[in-house]
Design a protein around this ligand. Structure first.
Ligand SMILES: C[S@@+](CC[C@H](N)C(=O)[O-])C[C@H]1O[C@@H](n2cnc3c(N)ncnc32)[C@H](O)[C@@H]1O
Length: 237
């Protein structure tokens, strides 16, 4: 049994409230999964290789990696499962169904990432690309705190966060009539403050433009555990 099989508690049931932001996101990706990634794809993928190329060599073998908001498993889980144990979480049933087919060697869980829980220190890395920004911003700091606990000492977080503060929706998203999408994000300084307070060390940030807006991509790390003190040096009161 791998560490991520020890998963998972859901708290409470992971169905989003009808009509709320998470329901908008869930229904949106159920309807737009193939337009987002598939034959009619609109999502960018070309930079992902470079981003993952930065992360992959930093991780020990074996490692467990969590792909939060994994979508249909492409391209992140598909790339990482070549080397690591990968668990993907997504709120959209269509995305998870596709991921199970497209990346059969990874494990996928249909859940709201704010309602799922894992044992402490069970992942060497968490990847959350373009997914945290769909979670209402008032829930993101506590989610980052839980992610911090799931990471082992020395573990990494590769995440897309907001560059500018913004919460809103778009109708007829990706040109699909009747599909609405919801986003919510703080500005980059706010994320930096949250991460620092939670004990992350941010290694780099990068502005990733998208049309006339853009997001911040960051790589952060949980400090490694201090080495054991040499015997005979233990201090006593
Ligand atoms: C923009 S897509 C990105 C997918 C993938 N990470 C990628 O970069 O290609 C965002 C994904 O996050 C998922 N998502 C959004 N909010 C979520 C939540 N609260 N819990 C779990 N998944 C969520 C969506 O269903 C969607 O598949």
């Amino acid at each position: 049994m791998s560490r991520f099989d020890a998963v998972t508690s859901f708290n409470p049931p992971s169905q989003p409230a009808p009509g709320g932001p998470k329901e908008i996101v869930r229904l949106g990706y159920d309807r737009a999964s193939y337009e987002y990634r598939g034959p009619r794809q609109s999502a960018p993928a070309q930079d992902y290789d470079a981003w993952l190329d930065d992360l992959v060599p930093r991780l020990p073998r074996p490692s467990c990696v969590l792909d939060l908001g994994c979508g249909c498993g492409l391209p992140v889980a598909k790339r990482l499962v070549r080397t690591f144990d990968v668990t993907g979480i997504d709120i959209s049933q269509v995305q998870i169904q596709r991921a199970r087919i497209l990346v059969p060697r990874a494990k996928f869980i249909l859940a709201d990432m704010t309602a799922v829980d894992f044992p402490e220190e069970c992942f060497e890395a968490i990847v959350a690309l373009y997914s945290l920004i769909h979670v209402p911003v008032d829930q993101q700091e506590s989610l980052l705190g839980r992610m911090r606990r799931w990471l082992r000492p020395g573990g990494y977080l590769l995440a897309t966060v907001g560059s500018m503060e913004w919460t809103g929706t778009e109708d007829n998203w990706l040109g699909i009539k009747g599909v609405t999408m919801y986003w919510s994000q703080a500005d980059e300084d706010t994320y930096s403050g949250w991460l620092a307070n939670l004990g992350f060390e941010t290694l780099w940030t990068k502005y990733v433009p998208e049309g006339d807006r853009g997001h911040t991509l960051l790589l952060a790390r949980v400090p490694a555990a201090p080495p054991d003190a040499p015997s005979g040096t233990r201090e006593t009161p």
